[in-house]
Structure formats: C-alpha cells, structure tokens
Design a protein around this ligand. Structure first.
Ligand code: UDP
Length: 492
C-alpha cells in the first residue's frame, strides 16, 4: 500500500480491559501498515499498554498515546479509579457512565491540537459522546463494540422483532428470528438493554449507547469472516452498515514478551511469575492442562468459585485457575486457606491471583481446554489457539457467544449456567450458585481426554485456529484492513 502521510486514525477505547486490549491491538495492526494512529486514553489506563506501544514505536510504527484527564472529582468517582475493572462499588456504575459523557470537551480540545487533523475516529460504542465530537468536526466515525457479528445480528433482530415480549416467563425459550441457525434463548439470558432495571438514569444512558449507532460511517469487528461469514453478511444486509472484520487482533502479539506484556500493569509483564508458569506448562503433556479464567470484570460469588474449585480438583487433571482480585476475595481466600486447597492440588494446580498473561498461556501447547465466561475476547483467543472451550457465560453477549461456540462452531461444551447475572446484581442471585462441582467436572471431562467426539471437537478447534491465523496474515482480515484504509482515504 502506498504511503499515506496525511492519514490519521484516532482510537478511543472504553476504559475496561476487554475493550482497551482489542482496540490497542487493532491500532497496532493499523500502524504497522504505515498509517498514523493516536490512542486516546486516561493516565492510569495508559499504564496497561504503554510499554507495548513504546515497543511498536521502536520498531518504526507511527503510533502514539495522547492523554485526557479522567473526571473523577466531577463525576464522584474516587481518585485512582479510571477503569470499570477497578470501580470500587457497583453503585458507581452510573457515575462511571456520567464520567464518560464528560470526556467530550477534553477530546475536542485534543482534536484541535492534533497533526495531521484526524481523518477518522474509531471509538468504543460505549462512549457515545464521541458521536457529538465527530459531528462537530465532520470526521467519519467508526464504532467498535468489543463483540462479534453474531451478537450484533442477534441484538439487531431482537430490537426489530421484540420477540422476547411474546413470551410470558423469564425462562421460556424463544427463537431469535432471522438468524442463519436456529438459536434459542431465554429472556433471562438476554443483555441488560432488553431487560431494563429500575434505575431510569442508567437505562437512559444505555439507550444513548444504542443511539450512537445512528450516523456511523461503519463498524470494525474483532473477528474474521471465515468464522461467522453468514452472520457478517446478514448483519450488513439488514442494517446497511459497512462492516470490517479485521481480527483476531490478539494475534498482533507475536512473541513471548509481547504476549506477556498484554494488559499487564507491570512494565515487564510480571516476568518472574510468567517464567514460572511457562516452566510448569513446559513440564505438562500436550493438551493436558485446563485454563480457567472468567474475565476481567466478573464478580462470581465465593460460593460459586468454591464449586468451580472443587470441580477442578475432582477432575484430577492439571489446571491454571485465575482468581480475579475483587468481589468476595476475602471470603474465597479464607476458604482456600481453611481447606488447604492449594496443598491438596499442589503440583497439578496453579492459582493466579489478579492478572494472568492469558494470550501467552492459551498459546502454550500444554493447554487442552479453556473454562471461560465467554467474553468475546477470551472466546476468540481460545479459537486462535485452537483450544476447545468449556463455557460458563454470565452476562452481556456471553450467552450468545456460548450458543455460537457450542451449537454453531461446535468447539465447546457448556457447564450449564442458565440465567444472566448482570454486572452488579450478583448478591441478588439465589445463594450465589448456578452450577455445582459435578457439573463443572462433567463439562470439563466432556472436553478433555480420549473419545471420537472429543477428537473431532479438537480437530474443529484446530482448524478454526489455522483459519484465524491465515485471516490475519494476508487473508480476509488483512484485506479488510486494506479496504478500511482505502475507504477512509476515499472519504477524506
Ligand atoms: N485478560 C487477561 N488476563 C486476565 C484477565 C483477562 O489477559 O487475567 C484479558 C483477556 O485475554 C481478554 C480480556 O482481558 O483479552 C478480557 O476480555 P473478554 O472479552 O474476554 O472479557 P471481559 O473481561 O471483558 O468480561
């Protein structure tokens, strides 16, 4: 592609790991094509990816980070918290969304200083005020929603049909209309936007996010066409939106250092611990280890975590279990200590407290299954690594993703969660347990070990992994990124 000196993409990710990481990866891929990219974020969020970007700059990529202040005081959010992951209480969700709305002015001021003036803004849909900035400065706006075409199509068709209003109970099944496959859902599994709660202000803020789709120039998706081609085509057909599938963007992280640094708040990516995990994984047979991580935001109750821990122990297989350092942590730590859990699983079970180098771990040949909450990044990272999934969805798009990997791609087995426990509503849920240790063990056993069905599932997972790599390395996603660049050149 010819040099494009005046082209300049502005990336504005939502402050949550599952949204920042893929947009940063995407920004890197674009900059490696010689296009100037500026990532706009707040000081504490930049810590997660600064080292990674500095490395890109050393290798000659025209990429930079620009900071705007997070309006903590103005929005009533404690200092030191600039990210959904570190929000001390779910009662502050509304304040967080209010803070996002306050970013309009600082982004506008930044835009006026940037050289060359941005040709395009790629922003997370969850920061809807960027729509006003783009309109004011007449800059084409592309949205990113951290998800896939399956989810986009499901949500679109549900909004259009309101089929969920035709069922009486929360646990009655209905078919999502207009999909390439027969996908049944329960009202209780749908994202929040279809089940508004009593907080009118939160509901209104969510509506604004939906409205920010209006007037977009297009949508970038972290996925690849070969994975969900029918959904990709159908979504474009029914909405008329331009869609560029340019993923899986996590494959932009090529070597060990880059994979270890991804998302780590340690500038060296927690080097010592990482080397220990790798050494241990090196000692395990191929495909023998279960990797368990339920995402960066989950607030799984201690009771549910205990069932997961007991289920893992009961498999008698090696595992890595990532325990997020948040909600209910003291209680689970107490249980681990009292039960001497770590001693019981010594030598075959590793617990990671806090942040794990997920992309690095998943790409190790010893990993045989990923027990995941089905966040789209995690799901896709498993697909990239050719690793079958054990699915444990909890909220947002996670139930759609489960349906996709289990029913459509046929590379996963469900544990059996039935009801979405929305972010912040965990305490309201029936004693905090959705699935017991036997269900956890059984789902894992249905993926690991010998058997024709399991071999076929593994084979399918491996094939998708190969297709993912081809898509990024000169295949469909590479070409889609070229088309995106050409499109923006054309409209400027
Ligand atoms: N992640 C990670 N280490 C962790 C937890 C999460 O590297 O300990 C990364 C993971 O690789 C993925 C992202 O954080 O890229 C989480 O995104 P996802 O969509 O899977 O779930 P979310 O956290 O948004 O629910």
């Amino acid at each position: 592609m010819a040099p494009t000196p005046n082209l300049h993409f502005l990336f504005i990710p939502l402050m949550a790991p599952g949204h920042i990481l893929p947009l940063v990866d995407m920004a890197k891929l674009l900059a490696r094509r010689g296009v100037k990219v500026t990532i706009v974020t707040t000081p504490l969020n930049a810590i997660q990816f600064r080292t990674n970007i500095e490395r890109e700059i050393q290798f000659g990529s025209p990429i930079q980070i620009e900071l705007v202040k997070f309006p903590n005081v103005e929005a009533g959010i404690p200092l030191g918290c600039e990210n959904l992951e570190t929000l001390p209480s779910m009662d502050l969700r509304e304040n967080f969304l209010t803070a996002l709305g306050m970013l309009q002015q600082p982004i506008e001021e930044l835009l006026e200083k940037l050289e060359p003036f941005p040709s395009c803004i790629v922003h997370d849909k969850n920061i809807p005020c960027v729509a006003n900035v783009a309109t004011k400065f007449k800059v084409p706006r592309i949205i990113f929603d951290g998800t896939n075409c399956v989810n986009l199509l499901c949500n679109h068709n549900l909004h259009a049909s309101k089929v969920y209003d035709t069922v009486s109970g929360d646990s009655d099944q209905f078919i999502i209309p207009g999909l390439p496959h027969k996908i049944e859902m329960k009202k209780s599994q749908l994202p929040m936007i279809f089940r508004p709660g009593p907080n009118q202000k939160l509901n209104a803020l969510r509506e604004r996010v939906k409205e920010s789709e209006v007037g977009v120039h297009g949508i970038v998706v972290n996925s690849f066409e070969e994975l969900e081609e029918e959904y990709f085509k159908e979504y474009q057909r029914v909405t008329g939106h331009k869609v560029w599938c340019v993923g899986p963007v996590s494959l932009s992280n090529k070597d060990e250092v880059e994979k270890a640094q991804r998302g780590s708040k340690n500038s060296n990516g927690g080097e010592i611990e990482t080397q220990q995990y790798l050494k241990w994984l090196d000692s395990c047979p191929e495909g023998s280890v279960i990797y368990v991580c339920l995402g960066s935001l989950n607030r799984v109750t201690p009771k549910q975590l205990i069932e997961i821990g007991l289920g893992l122990e009961a498999t008698k297989r090696p595992f890595i279990w990532v325990l997020r350092g948040a909600y209910g942590r003291d209680e689970i730590e107490k249980w681990l200590l009292e039960e001497r859990y770590e001693e019981r699983v010594k030598g075959r079970g590793i617990l990671i407290r806090g942040w794990a180098p997920q992309v690095l771990i998943l790409s190790h040949r010893a990993i045989g299954a990923f027990l995941t909450h089905c966040g789209w990044n995690s799901t896709l990272e498993s697909i990239c690594a050719g690793v079958p999934l054990v699915t444990f969805p909890m909220f947002a798009d996670q139930f759609y993703n489960e349906k996709f990997v289990v029913q459509v791609a046929k590379i996963g087995v469900r544990v059996g969660t039935e009801v979405a426990v929305h972010f912040g509503d965990e305490d309201k849920f029936d004693e905090g347990v959705q699935v017991n240790k036997n269900q956890v063990k059984e789902a894992i056993e249905n993926v690991m070990g010998e058997g024709e069905e399991k071999d076929k599932r593994r084979e399918r997972a491996r094939k998708y992994g190969d297709l993912a790599k081809k898509a990024i390395e000169g295949g469909s996603s590479y070409l889609n990124m070229s088309m995106l660049i050409k499109d923006i050149i054309h409209v400027n």
